[in-house]
Structure formats: structure tokens, C-alpha cells
Design a protein around this ligand. Structure first.
Ligand code: SAM
Length: 172
């Protein structure tokens, strides 16, 4: 790896904005599986619109985005689905060193530069970094180990986000 990336960081340019019914991170679904049927949209900036060609054939897409309302980071967190502290990289917690989120949402339709989506666990106004097609034969490995998640007895469909990742963990 080029050391310069580690030292200088990288600059990513959003390709669009995610729209959803959620303006408050507290009380909303914590994963697409808990947001079944929740409608939203992706608005692609016109200069990237041509890249949407051929996307309509996929029923799910992977959205990669910035947790823009996340402040600071913590290397140990108690995830929404657990009561024990875990290393942040073993969780999907929003407050991470690079605040990048990933959601596999249902693609309902493509109209111009706008995607209609469902199963949205993302805040309204979230900057979108990338879209990739979800391809079950490539992306799904249903028989693999799930770490602590496999032991948790909370149902992702019922748990809602609380205040634990709101604000700066340093207290500033
Ligand atoms: C546990 S994260 C999981 C997100 C994604 N599915 C993932 O695995 O990366 C979902 C929670 O992040 C918070 N969240 C969603 N969008 C956010 C944003 N743009 N900035 C900060 N927090 C956000 C909300 O509290 C939401 O319930």
C-alpha cells in the first residue's frame, strides 16, 4: 500500500443523495431487514447519471454512503443488538474511523436519475458514495459463521436505534 494514502487520507466525491423518511438517527431501523417496505429514493447527480444504465435488471443494490451525522469514532462499542462491548470492526456501528455505511436495499425502479428504493435504514440527506448491484450468486454466503451476531437473541426486525452513537464519544 502506498504510505501516502495512510498519511494524507483520501478524498471521495459523493455521486448523489439518499432520501428517506428518517431525519433523526434515534428510533429508526438499524438494518434493511428491520426496514422492510420503508420507501426512499436515491438522487444521482446528473454528471453520474449515465452510470445507471443496466441497473434496472437488479432487484437489490448495495448502497455505500457516508454516515454524515456521525461525530468522532470509538474503537470499542456496544452494538444495538448486543449488551457487550465489541471491536467496532466487528460491528455495523455508525461511529467508526471511516464513517462508511453499507445497505443492501430493494431497487423498485429507475426513473431518470432517480432510483426508487425500499428497506431503507439510512438518514434523509445522506451523501451517497457508490452503488453496486447485489448479485446473490457472488455476494451471498449464507452458511458462514456470524461471530457474536450468531449468539444474540435480539431480532433485527424489532430493534430500533437509540442514542448510543449520537454525539461525540470524546464528550466534545
Ligand atoms: C447500525 S447502522 C447500519 C447501517 C448499514 N446498514 C451498515 O451496516 O453499514 C444504522 C443506524 O445508523 C444511523 N444512521 C443512519 N444513517 C446515518 C447517517 N447518515 N449518519 C449517521 N448515522 C446514521 C441510524 O441510527 C441507523 O439506525
Amino acid at each position: 500500500m502506498n504510505r501516502e494514502y495512510a498519511e494524507d487520507g483520501v478524498v471521495l466525491r459523493p455521486i448523489g443523495v439518499i432520501r428517506s423518511p428518517y431525519e433523526d438517527p434515534v428510533g429508526m431501523p438499524i438494518q434493511p431487514g428491520g426496514a422492510r417496505g420503508v420507501r426512499g429514493a436515491v438522487e444521482i447527480f446528473p454528471e453520474f447519471g449515465d452510470g445507471l444504465a443496466d441497473l434496472e435488471g437488479f432487484s437489490r443494490v448495495i448502497l455505500i454512503y457516508l454516515f454524515h451525522r456521525s461525530v468522532g469514532h470509538a474503537l470499542r462499542v456496544v452494538p444495538f443488538l448486543d449488551v457487550r462491548e465489541r471491536g467496532v470492526f466487528a460491528t455495523r456501528a455508525p461511529r467508526r474511523p471511516n464513517p462508511i455505511g453499507l445497505s443492501v436495499v430493494r431497487l423498485v425502479g429507475v426513473e431518470g436519475y432517480r432510483l426508487a428504493i425500499e428497506d431503507v435504514d439510512i438518514l434523509d440527506g445522506t451523501p451517497l458514495l457508490d452503488i453496486k448491484p447485489y448479485i446473490p450468486s457472488i455476494d451471498a454466503f449464507p452458511d458462514e459463521r456470524e461471530g457474536w451476531f450468531g449468539e444474540c437473541d435480539r431480532d433485527v426486525r424489532e430493534v430500533r436505534a437509540d442514542r448510543r452513537f449520537v454525539g461525540d464519544p470524546t464528550g466534545e
